[in-house]
Design a protein around this ligand. Sequence first.
Ligand SMILES: Cc1cc2nc3c(=O)[nH]c(=O)nc-3n(C[C@H](O)[C@H](O)[C@H](O)COP(=O)(O)O)c2cc1C
Length: 318
Amino acid sequence: MALRTAFTDLISVEHPVVLAPMSGTAGGALAAAVSNAGGLGLVGGGRQGLEWCREQLGLVVALTSRPWGIGFLTWGLETPTLAAALEQSPAAVMLSFGDPHPFADLVHQSGAQLIIQVTDLEEARQALDTGADVVVAQGTEAGGHGGVRSTFPFVPAVVDVATHTPVLAAGGIADGRGLAAALALGAAGALIGTRFEASQEALVSPETVKAIVDGTGEGTSRSRVFDIANGSAWPATWTGRALRNPFFSQWLGKEDELAHDDDVLAAYQEHVSQGDMSYETVWAGEAIDLIDDDPPAGELVTRIANEAEQALNRVLSR
Ligand SMILES: Cc1cc2nc3c(=O)[nH]c(=O)nc-3n(C[C@H](O)[C@H](O)[C@H](O)COP(=O)(O)O)c2cc1C
């Protein structure tokens, strides 16, 4: 039994497993590996800019003939970057965090499917008004930036609002049990980030992989500390979930003070440039309890799809 859903039919992929477009982490090689294994790989365009996108899209185009896509942070997206990506004929473009209206027509005119990630019901309605072909309902368990809703009640609420538009669940899914649960909640698949951060093709350091493999869900928190420390322009609406480290613990609750302390910010940059993990940001979600290896990403896609089938069969055979 293959896990065929409205999403797999729409995008023409084998498995309802989507690589989250993790900014700077999900490059062309990772996206291609996921697509070649039958999932949908999304390059993490984030706010990486035109040159990075051109380079990574060159890779994905060279490495796969299956459907692939790219994701952007809507609040920081510039039309020339989107236009350059569309020239490479992605099967899908994902927009997250911000008003998608200004970009929707361009995506649709290219023939790509428009995927919009949402963190509350108001954003879900906005996504549907904009003409989203797929909506990603992201729960607060997610690694990286997001909102405050929990995946378990939020996904079916978005499914109800979306009616015939396929919904992907995101946030806290790292194995086939999570994918099976997402499908049971009415989702047409899962969008997965943190699990793929610990994979062979991810653009992360060995220290980051080790921190994820060793980390626990309790060891992650959502805050603005790392955005402030990194001088990032992220809107305060969406906080980032990362592994806590000594720098984080020192400044949690003192974000305004941190923002104005130039000496501390300079020292932070110095430590990060030396790879000091007491300072380094490791974006990670609550599902890191379930991660204890860093295999090739294609193996993960097959593993997650097989485990989900087994989990569903187990439930039905009781
Ligand atoms: C390292 C990292 C970077 C991320 N960067 C982005 C991004 O640039 N754009 C985006 O839409 N989502 C980004 N996300 C969030 C994902 O799209 C997704 O919602 C999340 O990873 C799902 O939760 P999970 O990490 O528990 O699988 C990022 C997540 C991680 C872990």
